[in-house]
Design a protein around this ligand. Structure first.
Ligand code: NAP
Length: 331
């Protein structure tokens, strides 16, 4: 039998386990020109929350009572397609199923000899690419500048901070536990960390950790942390709006302070970023990330949850900050 995870309800506020449903079906068989895939590593990502809403966005919403999908590394266990052979591993946007068939369209082969399979979902996958490409396009980091990043111990944030160090910046990370701050300093080489859960005055804490002000703020969380960062932004500062996880489960978006005045007076650039709009740059960007990994300039952390049945919980745990580095589920 084959296990599949459907979206059962559109979550109101924070998603719950019973918004998902486990279904069993006959294991599929590869047809003419098709391959049979066995899921090995499943990526859970904050943006999947947006796809659970019935709203028009840059990506189609999930349909109710149909499988959820995300980035998955799968092994080819049967092949009737000359482009793929049994035993190959592929990366692609696939459904939350233990086994599924595919024509191979949209799948990329990955080499387990060159990197661990799960790394193709993190530092060598969309999260690493998000960090690298957005910094290239919007961050424009210069030696000696101050880079502030939120969600700093997560998949995107930990890569952002390390690229900041490679570029010679003073790097300050914001995260939700002291253990994460230690990881940021000891493993990722950040200069300073701020625990936003134990800090009453984020504006003051950022000012203390960034004595020269903030030149680039990489925003993964939005909300009050963005507001505090804006109050420390320097002239010609750049703000990369990568994500706003603090707002993803809100049923009403709270109104924050207005910073139009700051943006005009300080000629700040604030720009949203979507990695999927930069597919043409994935090749060279992955090459650069892989080079830094091989040279030991870049490293990564993963939180690996075991078991197909734990995919929904792993997704929910992103919102509880249970992960350090990239959250993946090993099947
Ligand atoms: P991640 O940072 O590895 O995991 C999510 C982290 O967010 C949690 O570990 C948690 O850490 C933090 N968090 C959860 N709730 C929070 C809250 N209310 N306030 C502040 N922090 C909170 O996830 P990721 O995959 O790297 O994604 C990071 C951000 O980038 C997300 O906003 C995501 O949507 C965005 N993203 C955007 C693109 C794009 O193309 N624009 C691509 C990939 C990801 P703490 O313990 O620190 O709270």
């Amino acid at each position: 039998m084959n296990r599949i995870i459907h979206l059962k309800n559109r979550p109101e506020g924070t998603p719950q386990l019973d918004d998902f449903e486990f279904i069993e079906e006959e294991k599929p068989v590869a047809g003419d020109g098709e391959i049979l895939l066995k899921s090995k590593f499943v990526s859970v990502d904050p943006y999947l929350r947006g796809r659970m809403r019935d709203q028009k966005s840059y990506v189609e919403p999930f349909r109710l009572n149909e499988p959820v999908e995300s980035g998955i590394i799968a092994e080819i266990v049967e092949s009737n397609n000359d482009n793929f052979k049994k035993g190959d591993f592929v990366n692609g946007m696939l459904q939350w199923k233990e086994f599924q068939t595919s024509t191979g369209k949209g799948l990329n082969k990955v080499d387990p000899e060159k990197a661990s399979l799960s790394a193709y979902l993190g530092v060598l996958g969309l999260t690493g690419l998000t960090a690298y490409i957005s910094l290239e396009h919007i961050g424009n980091l210069k030696n000696g500048e101050t880079l502030l990043v939120s969600g700093a111990s997560g998949a995107v944030g930990s890569t952002v901070g390390q690229i900041g160090k490679i570029k010679g910046c003073h790097v300050v990370g914001i995260a939700g536990t002291d253990e994460k701050l230690k990881l940021m300093k000891d493993t990722f080489g950040f200069d300073k960390g701020i625990n936003y859960k134990t800090t009453d005055d984020m504006k003051k804490a950022i000012a203390e950790a960034c004595p020269e002000g903030v030149d680039v703020y990489f925003d993964n969380v939005g909300g009050e942390i963005l507001d505090a960062a804006m109050q420390n932004i320097n002239e010609n500062g750049r703000v990369i709006n990568c994500g706003a996880i603090s707002l993803y489960n809100k049923t009403e978006v709270p109104m924050g302070p207005r910073y139009e005045g700051i943006m005009v007076k300080k000629t700040v650039l604030m720009q949203g970023f979507l990695v999927r709009q930069h597919a043409k740059e994935f090749g060279p960007a992955t090459k650069q990330l892989a080079e830094w990994l091989n040279e030991g300039k870049l490293t990564y952390e993963e939180t690996i949850v075991e078991g197909f049945e734990n995919i929904p919980q792993a997704f929910l745990d992103l919102f509880n900050g249970k992960n350090k580095g990239k959250m993946v589920v090993k099947i």
